[in-house]
Design a binder for this molecule. Sequence first.
Ligand code: TRP
Length: 450
Amino acid sequence: MEKRSSFTGRIGFVLAAAGSAVGLGNIWRFPYLAARYGGGMFLLTYILLAVTFGFCLLIAEIAIGRKTGKSVICAFASLDRRFSFLGYLAAFIPMIILPYYSVIGGWVTKYAALYVTGGGASASKEGFFSAFTAEPIEPLAWFAIFIGLTAVIVLFGVEKGVERVSCVMMPVLVVLTVGIAVYSLTRKGALDGALYYLRPDFSAFGIETLLAAMGQLFYSMSLAMGIMITYGSYMKKDISIVSSARQIGIFDTGIAFFSGLMIIPAVFSFSGGDAATLNQGPGLMFVTLPRVFEEMPLGHAVGAVFFLLVFLAALTSSISLMETIVSIIRDKFHISRRLACLAVLLLALLLGIPSSLGNGLLDSVRILGLSFLDFFDFISNSVMMPIVALLTCIFVGYVIKTGTLTDEVALNAPFKEKRLFHFVIRYVAPVFIVLILVSSILNTFGVMTL
Ligand code: TRP
């Protein structure tokens, strides 16, 4: 049995958890959701959910991990045997996310390579992105490179290296995101975009806004899939859970906020913010940013650094996704690290192919009206993660009772938000999640439109 290692201090823990949290979710996914679901209204909904829900769930997961000292499958089982299924359910989600995450990772790799080799100008041409993703072979190749790289790193287990890379990368990423956002804001017509992004338009509110914001919250903070439980199990007892959770939340939400500010005003500046562009979805970052870089002084160099950083942020996240799956498989089947890596790699390659081909060859194949990539994204973020989050709240609120965890949280520092925690976990969160889930399912099948 390997000895369970632990993070050296609070900074180490916060950085590692933030390294998992900050990734494509913040830079690629958040801006396109905000653009699609009414700008300011989405931002407001997201922030409200983050400071209540996100905060409490993050605390709950870290506390479960630290209390049991186990990773997800065993953690639930050791607190209550009847809930071991929840561990399995949570553990299943990374396997759905990893393949399509790596498809986007492949796109980022392509853009990074393009900018580094001085081909940035072509990326800003009209139709470049759609032509690139519609083509079958090239995106598949980049996807394979990205996930192959992930697998190699997981195989050799250079976690220390990953940690070091994150420490340098994160601050540079923050500076660059803020810098590009400021530049974006000074473009002609960008102010309308800033207003769209910052001023809530209450008429734009709908059940989809809520569902999308909630799904994004889980995704972005790596919640509802057992990751934070695993991280919590590595945390020392003398470190404050509350302030760590707060810092992770602020960091993660901050990067998402600035990514939106970098992309949405630019969309308005280039296209006047027409509905079709705002609704573009997954391609938004890849279409808008190259145009910003084209106009910017030294834009190609900035573009190269930017896409390299996004590439690294995506890579550290995909590494931790794969690492999670590998360790679960190894615990379960007692096989070697190499075999487990190979199995996960092959499975992810296979599952990623439809997502990669979804914009070209398989464009006409739709599930519930969604392309493969959007479908995997929807199933994991908008269906499975809310279910896992709901069951976690019920588990904590009614089965083991919030007191079990608040004692753990209060081990080293007073838990001032104890009542908020109790209230959110027991009442607000479950009712809220059920309402959103039910109405969104009815919505999807057209029984009811809200
Ligand atoms: N939070 C990551 C992001 O924002 C994505 C993600 C979700 C993730 N679950 C994860 C990353 C688990 C690592 C591990 O991009």
